[in-house]
Design a protein around this ligand. Structure first.
Ligand SMILES: NC(=O)c1ccc[n+]([C@@H]2O[C@H](COP(=O)([O-])OP(=O)(O)OC[C@H]3O[C@@H](n4cnc5c(N)ncnc54)[C@H](O)[C@@H]3O)[C@@H](O)[C@H]2O)c1
Length: 396
């Protein structure tokens, strides 16, 4: 029987291996990790991460051809194929701090593999650059369409129509062309920063600057969103309740790493807003920790992260229901494209809000026309502006 071992039972290793086990019953899959609590969680009824259907897949395979274990050496030694999916955070100190990848965890995994099994060699730099380039190209598409969204708002164009038009060109293709409040997730920013660092180390500042711009546009998009919120609401959100719908970096996950919601919430908190945050899959503890954490801290082990969750707790409440978050709010910011946000009873939502009632849709999920008919003032990224917003400066 072919045996696979995956080192790292995280967001990547766990679900990927569970699906391989499901689809390939003839293969035995072991997922190993140095974290005992993580492995215990994978072996329990409360898996450490959420993805739709993951519980079922694990239940079907666990104990048959899918195993979770802390006995790393044993499973690596027995395996025909070894996957490594350990964390590779951005360095926070030393050479390349803030940009280069911290390969401590990777190196320790690689040394262990070298000790217990054979290694095949390929061209190292091709392998490294392919991974970085794939993520950089994807992130670049998002920043490109987000840059267009700002121009669409300024001119009266509709970014969805522009995306649809250019997506019909087979050289461009329709995927990854949705405008939004910005990209997030554990890899895009980190891999681009790493690419920038490699370019700089190789004496290629122009190339480094080119890729840096992809991140700058992403940061610009998040700032632009906060500015729209503040400037639309009479140039002040101080003391106003704002509902934050969604916190994860995309729908169908509880993953909040580099989620644009963090920067948007921090921006609004900086302007003294009161936030009521709801995400169907993210815990209060996670949200408070994310809002207290410094840049890049999230990708380091828990014992290196801040102990006290947050200093601005008075301004933040985390609730378990969208309607509760919205009650008496002046505005709603949609940060994640969860399906349930498309199907809320917006008449009921409107009736329970302060007036004028604002919706700032960072994911273009709501039916703008319908909401405006109910009475909302709606801002939708890259779409023709509400009459109310037209008279407001884009920057607070
Ligand atoms: N599309 C992509 O390219 C993409 C997307 C997401 C993540 N990633 C990459 O995949 C890797 C894993 O990401 P993740 O989100 O699953 O990380 P994660 O933090 O969720 O999980 C990593 C796990 O590795 C474990 N670990 C660390 N060192 C170990 C060691 N020496 N032996 C055994 N276990 C060890 C940790 O305890 C942790 O549970 C990262 O390098 C990340 O950059 C790539």
């Amino acid at each position: 029987m072919v045996k696979i071992c995956c080192i790292g039972a995280g967001y990547v290793g766990g679900p990927t291996m569970a699906v391989i086990a499901l689809k390939c019953p003839e293969i035995e899959v072991a997922v190993v990790d140095i974290s005992t609590p993580r492995i215990s969680a994978w072996n329990s009824d409360h898996l450490p991460i959420y993805e739709p259907g993951l519980d079922d897949v694990v239940k079907q395979c666990r104990g048959k051809n899918l195993f979770f274990s802390t006995d790393v050496e044993k499973h690596v030694a027995e395996a025909d194929i070894v996957f490594v999916s350990v964390n590779t955070p951005t360095k926070t100190q030393g050479l390349g701090a803030g940009k280069a990848a911290d390969l401590t965890y990777w190196e320790s995994a690689a040394r262990m593999i070298a000790d217990v099994s054979k290694i095949l060699c390929t061209n190292l730099w091709s392998a490294e650059l392919s991974k970085l380039a794939a993520n950089a190209f994807l992130a670049q598409r998002i920043s490109s369409v987000n840059a267009m969204s700002a121009l669409c708002e300024a001119t009266g164009a509709d970014v969805s129509q522009v995306s649809h038009s250019i997506g019909t060109d087979s050289r461009i293709g329709p995927k990854f062309l949705n405008a939004s409040v910005g990209f997030g997730g554990s890899c895009f920013q980190k891999d681009i920063l790493n690419l920038v660092y490699i370019c700089e180390c190789n004496g290629l500042p122009e190339v480094a600057n080119y890729w840096k711009q992809v991140i700058k546009v992403n940061d610009y998009q998040k700032n632009r969103f906060v500015n729209r919120v503040v400037s639309s609401m009479f140039n002040t959100v101080s003391g106003k309740k704002i509902a934050i719908l969604g916190f994860a970096f995309k729908k169908d996950t509880g993953d909040t790493r580099e989620t644009p919601a963090i920067d948007v919430c921090k921006g609004l908190l900086g302007d003294k807003a009161k936030l009521s945050i709801y995400d169907p899959q993210v815990s209060e503890d996670q949200i408070l920790r994310d809002l207290a954490m410094k840049k890049f801290d999230w990708d380091h082990p828990a014992h290196l992260q801040p102990l006290s969750p947050t200093s601005n707790k008075q301004q933040i409440s985390v609730v378990w229901d969208a309607y509760e978050a919205i009650k008496d709010a002046h505005g709603i910011c949609i940060m994640t494209e969860w399906d349930e946000f498309k199907n809320l009873d917006y008449k009921k939502v409107y009736d329970n809000m302060q007036k004028p009632a604002f919706v700032f849709d960072g994911r273009n999920v709501v039916d703008v026309k319908k909401l405006r008919e109910i009475g909302f003032i709606v801002y939708s990224i890259g779409k023709p502006l509400d009459a109310w917003l037209k008279d407001m400066p884009a920057v607070a």
